[in-house]
Design a protein around this ligand. Structure first.
Ligand code: ZN
Length: 365
């Protein structure tokens, strides 16, 4: 480690992980040598201080099983994680600071997928009451009110309900997360939102040209409005050739997948088949190291400025990682990498978590 002192004082704060889903599904999560990306030992080793836990609900639970799934995820996280003192749920930067000062992981909650609220503004308010402080507008499918980057345009961005939801999110202080949303949805959000917005786990489209990544135009607009962009660690979002390899694998395993889902309509079973499929399609994705990630950090900081960029690992949601950034214990390696690429201490502080912390502060009166 080049600068042990810096590492000890760094506020490492990541904007997106899917660990809640791993905790829900895997009894092995609590075994010491488990292979998840985020557990107590790895957190300690890597110096992670705060984390946004996304509760991901596969769109296949739509139209009317999403709320239940989200509540079951919440219940499992509460029972198996918070109640055991492994992390502390926080809802303000004040809570966050006091939790960290006690040596505990500060855990923010977010909803991944606007379909979870089942088109109800009251349910959105209810999740806020439960302690959720952000929501992605879509996942890979359009919702009934917003278009996704992974689907064919249906509403040309946001429809009337979508705009009402955005204004309600502003009003109650629920952060708008545009990762997964289509460009037009993001443009509509930028037009009406009175608050800054974030892309919790999106990489740069200029470096890896896929719709799931974020364009320079949008980086500039988000940064100008004091927003935040967390770079996603998934190799398939960092390098175009890896993305093409993933697409090739998808074709290769398509028959296997179709055969498996044939006749199935239980969303829990379909969801687990999809996870298995994702673990197959990253075959051969081991040709990326953390410099590919740092390229994206450099690009976003050049386009939007050093105050808008940070970490959006997507740990425990991505089926492959850069070879030297395999879980949260590798954050010191990332810090070294940032030094090697010419970032100064103050800039590294911002990238590793201070920018995200400052972003959250903008939502407090
Ligand atoms: Zn995601």
């Amino acid at each position: 480690m080049k600068n042990k002192e810096l590492l000890n004082e760094l506020l490492i704060f990541d904007a997106h992980c899917d660990t809640a889903n791993v905790i829900f599904d895997e009894s092995s999560y609590f075994i010491k040598e488990n292979n998840c990306h985020l557990n107590s030992e790895k957190i300690k080793k890597g110096g992670l201080k705060a984390q946004i836990f996304a509760l991901y609900v596969n769109p296949i639970y739509s139209p009317n099983k999403s709320i239940k799934k989200a509540l079951l995820l919440y219940n499992s996280l509460d029972k198996k994680y918070f109640s055991k003192g492994l992390g502390v749920k926080v809802t303000s930067t004040k809570d966050m600071k006091s939790t960290i000062s006690k040596g505990k992981l500060a855990c923010w909650l977010s909803l991944e997928g606007g379909h979870i609220i089942e088109n109800s503004i009251e349910i959105l308010e209810f999740f806020y009451l439960l302690g959720f402080r952000s929501m992605t507008l879509t996942h890979t499918k359009n919702t009934d009110w917003a278009d996704s980057s992974g689907d064919k345009p249906r509403w040309d961005g946001l429809n009337k309900l979508g705009k009402e939801i955005i204004l309600k999110m502003n009003e109650i202080g629920m952060i708008i997360d545009i990762s997964h949303a289509s460009d037009k949805t993001v443009k509509d959000v930028l037009e009406i939102s009175k608050m800054p917005i974030m892309a919790s786990h999106s990489s740069s489209r200029a470096l890896c040209d896929i719709t799931r990544n974020i364009s320079d135009d949008l980086i500039i607009e988000i940064a100008e409005r004091k927003g935040f962009i967390g770079v996603n660690f998934f190799p398939g979002f960092l390098k175009k050739e890896i993305n093409q390899q993933v697409l090739k694998n998808m074709k290769k395993y398509n028959d296997w997948y179709q055969e498996k889902i044939k006749g199935q309509n239980d969303p829990d079973i379909l969801n687990s088949i999809e996870m298995e499929y994702y673990s197959k399609i990253v075959e051969g994705n081991d040709n990326v190291d953390l410099n590919a990630l740092i390229d994206h950090i450099i690009h976003i900081s050049e386009v939007g400025g050093i105050d808008c960029v940070g970490l959006g690992s997507d740990f425990d949601g991505i089926p492959s990682t850069p070879t030297d950034l395999t879980d949260v214990s590798c954050y010191p390696t990332l810090v070294n990498g940032l030094f090697d690429r010419g970032f100064r201490k103050e800039e590294i502080r911002k990238i590793m978590g201070l920018n995200l912390f400052n972003f959250f502060k903008r939502f407090e009166k």
